[in-house]
Design a protein around this ligand. Structure first.
Ligand code: NAI
Length: 367
């Protein structure tokens, strides 16, 4: 389904668009994004190896009455499908890969998803302008696949990849969405508040798997006295909340609808940045703290590295600009967290996160 893409169009490529997340996210983008596009035309380029799936999603969504246009791309339809999807893309969203089944950890997905993300990274290096594109990695394990993507971009486009680590973002926002929801539920059921109409904001840092997820309830926008035992249950639920969905779906996959909601919250902010409606983008993302030369991407990243035992990727509050990608990392958040978060949660997170990063870096250099 070819579609002419105008030059001032914001083109968004969704790789893995026929999947559970890809379909729901594409629906949200098609139905909701016009409100954030600052009158710029948006084009969604949907790609998947499942040809019937992606053709069907694009055809179905093309009947939705918004001005956003769509194209579908699959290797079964054209040898140049990935190139056609990626060319001129300003934003590449990657929910391609296999999801968990009951009993699996996100790390169990590594072997297969690292290959997929590596292959897609090679194509991004070839067909996208690496000084302009933003790449958002949703596929799991995020902890390792962001390093896979960064290393692949470096390796595949040595001459064009300077600074590209500032433009690759691991999407951990579902952890913030869960932390907010679970805290809200807890405050209602424990009669800690009468206000049921305000959702709290809860920062979550670290990584996106089990103990590497560090919810910071001490910095929640709504503060209540929660006994330590209840607090620990809340933390555990955020860290392992994905398992509730994997179990409920009983072999049919993991979070898709809540993930699509979380990803949409992020994508709309990138679109505001891309249209110039916002000068900067702020949020918690899993990003590289070092550049290709091994130097901190910004002074804040250097200070954060010293506080997290040299973990080279970390989900932290970052500020990004359209031209430069990540320009600031808020290391100061670590000075504000509680003793429990600093002394119990972070020490459990860091070694596991480092192992995930190392696996990703190794795989990325051999793709
Ligand atoms: P799914 O199996 O429903 O969809 C994946 C899609 O990727 C399929 O349509 C498949 O055909 C496609 N695909 C496979 N190989 C491909 C390739 N080489 N190129 C393009 N497309 C390819 O899986 P679902 O539920 O959509 O999950 C996708 C990924 O997102 C999984 O790795 C899952 O673990 C991860 N995930 C991440 C979350 C996060 O918070 N970051 C939350 C939930 C899931």
């Amino acid at each position: 389904m070819p579609h002419p893409v105008e030059t001032d169009t914001i083109k968004i490529a969704v790789l893995g668009a026929a999947g559970g997340i890809g379909q729901s996210l594409s629906l949200l983008l098609k139905t909701q994004l016009t409100a954030f596009s600052n009158r710029r035309h948006v084009h969604l380029a949907l790609y998947d190896v499942n040809a019937d799936g992606v053709r069907g999603v694009a055809a179905d969504l093309s009947h939705v009455d918004t001005p956003i246009t769509l194209s579908s791309h699959s290797p079964a339809d054209s040898a140049d499908a990935l190139r056609d999807c990626l060319i001129n893309a300003a934003l590449v969203l990657i929910p391609a890969g296999v999801p968990r089944k009951p009993g699996m950890t996100r790390e169990d997905l590594f072997a297969i998803n690292a290959k997929i993300v590596g292959q897609l990274g090679g194509a991004i290096a070839q067909h996208c302008d690496l000084s302009r594109v933003f790449v958002l990695v949703i596929s799991n394990p995020v902890n390792s696949l962001v390093p896979v993507m960064v290393e692949t971009l470096y390796a595949s486009a040595p001459a064009a990849s300077a600074g590209v680590e500032r433009r690759v973002f691991g999407i951990t926002h579902l952890d913030l969405v869960r932390a907010s929801t679970f805290l809200h539920e807890q405050t209602i059921t424990s009669n800690l508040t009468e206000r049921s109409d305000i959702m709290p904001y809860v920062p979550v840092i670290g990584g996106h798997s089990g103990d590497t997820i560090v919810p910071l309830f001490s910095l929640a926008s709504e503060q209540h006295h929660i006994p330590q035992q209840q607090l620990e249950s809340l933390v555990h639920r955020v860290q392992y909340g994905g398992d509730e969905i994997v179990k409920a779906k009983n072999g049919q996959g993991s979070a898709t609808l809540s993930m699509a909601h979380a990803a949409f919250q992020v994508v709309k902010n990138f679109v505001l940045l891309l249209t110039g409606a916002a000068d900067t983008l702020s949020g918690i993302f899993y990003v590289s703290l070092l550049d290709r030369a091994g130097q901190p991407v910004c002074p804040g990243a250097g200070k954060l590295l010293a506080l997290i035992d040299g973990c080279t990727y970390f989900a932290a509050p970052v500020t990004a600009t359209r031209a430069q990608g990540v320009v600031d990392v808020d290391y100061g958040i670590l000075a504000k967290i509680s003793a429990y978060e600093r002394e119990k949660l972070l020490p459990l997170c860091l070694p596991k996160l480092k192992a995930g990063i190392e696996a990703g870096r190794k795989a990325g250099t051999t793709v």
